[in-house]
Ligand binder design. Sequence first.
Ligand code: SD4
Length: 332
Amino acid sequence: MKRRNFLKDASLLSIAVASGTTLVSACKTDEAASTKKAIPKPILPLAITTWRYPNATKKAWEILEAGGSSLDAVEQGCMVEEADVKNTSVGKGGNPDRDGNVTLDASIMNKDGNYGAVVYLQNITHAISVARKVMEDTPHVLMAGKGAEQFALSKGFKSEQLLTDSTKKAWEKWKKTSKYKPIINIENHDTIGMLAIDKNGDISGACSTSGLAYKMAGRVGDSPIIGSGLFIDNSIGGATATGMGEEVLKTVGSFLIVELMRQGKSPQEACKEAIERIVNSNPNYKHFQVGYIAVNKQGEVGSYSIHEHFSYQLYQNNENKNVKSPFFLKRG
Ligand code: SD4
């Protein structure tokens, strides 16, 4: 430092000391005052899911309101849909692959950045709980197929037939033509991706699906893959995905959204940019749907999809509401 500047700084310091403060603490006070103004108090707790899942958010809300953890909230919220046989994209009653096998993918991530997941899990309804057990009770993060099923059975999960009469009938009908054209909207995209922030401000996420209806046997989507179907960074926020998993996987969508929020984007702006990333790199985007939801540490939420008809369910501020998501492709 030049002597002249040093002297200038030293004289400022002496003024600050004489006035009963220091420059450092004076700066800190200013900073605190402006930070206080800029960041509104988060409205917590909250639970948000992809699509219209009021029962799942209600379950999560009950846990959060009672002071429970965001991890319990997202697990038990997803379990509601896994048990609902009318939901043909998740758990029991999920649509099978081309060969008639129901195979489940699920992932869960907690406030400490821990993650657990299962892929190609058969005969177990609550894939999300198996994913949690992988996270908490094994040295691994991802288990597949028979090994995952055996692990679940060893943990006391019940073996069940996941194909119902009605999904079997629909599959048999489909087999007559065997036309595989992924339909873009809720007809076959109903994956539950869920994010929650508890009263402590801690964020967790979960994602559970039977994957695309009539997929090739062995196909795994984005939902159980860290950074694609789900990502949480408790210091920043979280994101989760639904829709054409292949596209989410190729762009590592949920991780991208969290990183964009880290750079200062709102959840809404980050979801939009992640959708644009897909659209810009795939001229075929008119033929498939992808939807994202995200939350940040301030309790702000956002969403974006390629096509219309994507919505999210949000329980916040004692209100459980379904919100239509903004979308990229205006049709006309
Ligand atoms: C997948 N993303 O397996 C899932 C499908 C989905 O609602 O979202 N279904 O590719």
